[in-house]
Structures are given as C-alpha cells and as structure tokens.
Design a protein around this ligand. Structure first.
Ligand SMILES: [Cu+2]
Length: 418
C-alpha cells in the first residue's frame, strides 16, 4: 500500500534553505506538510487540483478554474503541550494565508478536531478566528476531539445546525456535490472510525438520481481509506460508502486526523489528507504510536527561510511492564489493586488480574486525552487529559474488557478472581 502513497514530507524530514531570497521552494512545499497551513482545491472541468496555500502565493499563481475552496484541519484549540503552546497563533497564521490567496476561495472546509477537549471556549475561539477572515462560509465535520463530552450536541448546535443524524449533510456548489460525513461516533473496541448503518443509508439516498458526471467531494475527519489500521487510521465501513460512489466519474475524498499530507488515487477516487494547523504527527509506523510530535518552536511557526528541520518525538519514556519471574502459570491476583498507565496510546499492563474488591487506577501520560470505557458499558471514565486519573473498584469476579472510546484500537482487560 505504501508505494501508492505520496508523502509530501521528504524522507529525512530535512528542509534546506538554499536560495538567496531565503525561500527554498521545494523545501518550503515539503515543510508545508507539517508547518500547518491548509490546502487550496481548484475545480477545473470537474477535476479537483490541490495545492498548498504557500505554493500558490509563492509562484504568484492565480488558480484558473471554475471555482476554488480551501481545507483546514485539526486546529485543536485548547492544546497547549510542548509540541505547540500557541495553537491559536498557528491557526490564525493559516487563516491569514487563506486571506492572502490571489483568488478568494468560495468557502472553507474544516475537517474536524476544531477543539482539543470539546470545551465551549475552544469552539468559540476557533469560530472567532475564522470569522475574522474574508471567507464567507465555513463547512465543518467533527473530529473525535469535538464530541468528547456530550455526544457532539454542542458541536452540532454551533457548527452543523442543519445537519442530519450525528451531523452529516450535503450541498451543491457550481455543479459539484459536497458531502460532509461523521465517522467519529459510536466507535467499537478494537476498531477504527465508523459511519454506521443510518448514515450509510442516508448517503445511498443522497446520491440516488445524481448523474454519473457530477463531480463529488466527500469530507470527513478520519481517513475513509485505510492508512494504518494499527493506529486506527481508517474507517471500518468506508468500503460501503465508497461502493455508492463507484459509478461517479470524479470523486475526491478529503480527510484530516493524521496531521500530515497524504494522497492516494484509487480508480475514480482521489484521497487527500490535510496537515494540522496545530501540531504534526509521525508518519504511519515511524514511531511507537501516533501523537503530537515536537519540533523546534521557531520552525513550527516560521514558514519561510527554513534551514534544517529535525523531528524529535515528544513524549514520555515507555511504561515499564512488570512481569513476574517466578510464576510461569496464571498470574497471582493482586489484592491491593493495580495501576495501569497510558503511554503512547497503549494500556500498560494491558491485562491486569486483581482480587475481588480491589481498585484499579488508570493514569494518562499522553499529550492526548483518552476515555476508559468497558465493552459492556458498565463503566466509563470522564475525559482523561494529560496526568488525568480514573479509579474503579471491582467487586464481582469476572473478566472486564475495556477500550478507549476515542481511540478504539486501544484495548485492555481486567480479570477479577479470588
Ligand atoms: Cu484514547
């Protein structure tokens, strides 16, 4: 799969500044992948072409086409960890670049994770920044960070009032049909993003009767193609959605979530993922887990005159997993209970055996929030931000399987026995 993917980041993540004017155009473009602007999409005779904001400005290109629109993503307003302590500032910069485009885009699409913790003030700040721009209209879809506390109620009221179900909708613009999908709700343990039967049924109906020559643009937060299932970077039922789109001659799918620019063409469908305006994430499989990557501050913010960029993974040392040396059989249940750490998007230890009445405590060491949820819905923690803890006493013997309801590929098990 990886050979079909175009990485806009170069392999060694080096951006060289070789020209007299301080702008290396090749390096500049490569760095756009993490430096956090957005993508300009130009529709020309039914075909969408994408370019980074900076490249258009740089070369003085006035995109000629039927119309253009822009995509921004993963603004994560409220995030304040070392990977980027000024996410409002970098979001404002992206919007400034949007305003500086030679041709004003007809509208902007924000592909989710507007906020970091679904807090009203985070949503408000994001909206204020976008309202301060020249852009007439912004279309949103939610990311998993936007639906943490209330099943996305506040999100829908503020950003998708006329939507159906969990927030999906469609609209037409200059002969092109746009579809905003939600794949961050009701995630299943061990799975990835999910659209659900209700939304798939709506999508089928929405497309019915449309001519095959209608250009279609689908946008959703989590990629609708399997980028990297080990990190949950994909959508479980995306094949069903794509089957409804097969007959159309031109389909473009825009996603966010993975905080880097990837592109893939499969038949009539072109997939794009956008970078984040807040912080970069590692390439699939290039680190123990996804999560914010720390880069030198001046390089995160500065778009010009980049010299050398070196990615340094932010984070914590790996959790130490206790393993018993003497017992080779079943582990002895711990009477006092247990501590489970969350590091690099994993529970450690993933399996814990305790005696009835013992208390288990989870502690989150990641820069990203997690929620502990049991498969049988018997318990669920609040949102655990960095250093957040959740404790629960287990009185009844049995096996309790749980997962992170935000990142369902994270799973664990508590066994309670005497
Ligand atoms: Cu999680």
């Amino acid at each position: 799969m990886s050979d079909e993917i175009m990485y806009n980041q170069n392999d060694d993540n080096q951006c060289d500044n070789q020209q007299d004017d301080g702008i290396d155009r090749r390096g500049f473009l490569k760095c756009m992948a993490w430096a956090g602007t957005g993508v300009l999409l130009t529709m020309r005779a039914g075909v969408l072409e994408s370019s980074a904001f900076g490249s258009v400005l740089d070369r003085g290109i006035r995109p000629a086409g039927d119309f253009s629109f822009a995509q921004v993503s993963d603004s994560h307003i409220g995030f304040s960890k070392p990977a980027n302590t000024d996410v409002v500032g970098t979001f404002q910069e992206a919007v400034k670049r949007l305003d500086a485009l030679p041709t004003k885009p007809d509208f902007v699409i924000h592909t989710g994770d507007i906020s970091h913790l679904s807090k009203p003030e985070e949503f408000d700040t994001a909206q204020q920044v976008l309202r301060g721009s020249n852009i007439d209209r912004v279309f949103y879809v939610p990311g998993e960070h936007d639906v943490l506390t209330d099943d996305g109620k506040r999100y829908r009221e503020q950003f998708a009032r006329d939507s159906k179900g969990a927030g999906w909708y469609s609209f037409d613009h200059k002969g092109c049909h746009f579809i905003g999908l939600v794949n961050v709700m009701n995630l299943k343990a061990g799975g990835m993003g999910s659209l659900g039967p209700e939304q798939l049924e709506w999508l089928e109906k929405d497309l019915k009767g449309r001519s095959n020559s209608t250009p279609i643009v689908v946008f959703a937060h989590i990629p609708l193609w399997t980028v990297y299932p080990e990190w949950g970077w994909g959508t479980d039922d995306s094949a069903q959605a794509l089957s409804h789109l097969k007959r159309f001659g031109s389909v473009t799918v825009l996603n966010g979530h993975i905080h880097q620019t990837l592109q893939k063409v499969e038949g009539n469908v072109t997939f794009h993922t956008a970078c984040s305006t807040a912080f970069p994430q590692p390439k699939p499989g290039a680190a123990p887990s996804p999560g914010p990557m720390k880069v030198p501050a001046e390089q995160l913010r500065s778009m010009l005159g980049l010299t050398s960029v070196k990615f340094v993974r932010a984070g914590h040392s790996l959790a130490i997993i206790d393993s018993s040396l003497e017992s080779k059989g079943a582990p002895t249940p711990a009477a006092a209970g247990g501590k489970i750490t969350i590091d690099n998007f994993a529970f450690a230890p993933a399996d814990v055996v305790v005696k009835p009445g013992a208390t288990v405590t989870w502690i989150n060491h990641d820069d990203i929030p997690h929620i502990i949820a049991s498969r049988d819905r018997s318990f669920r923690s609040p949102v655990l931000d960095t250093d957040g803890e959740y404790s629960r006493a287990f009185s009844k013997p049995g096996a309790y399987e749980y997962f992170c309801s935000i990142h369902p590929h994270m799973t664990g098990k508590i066994v309670v026995r005497a």
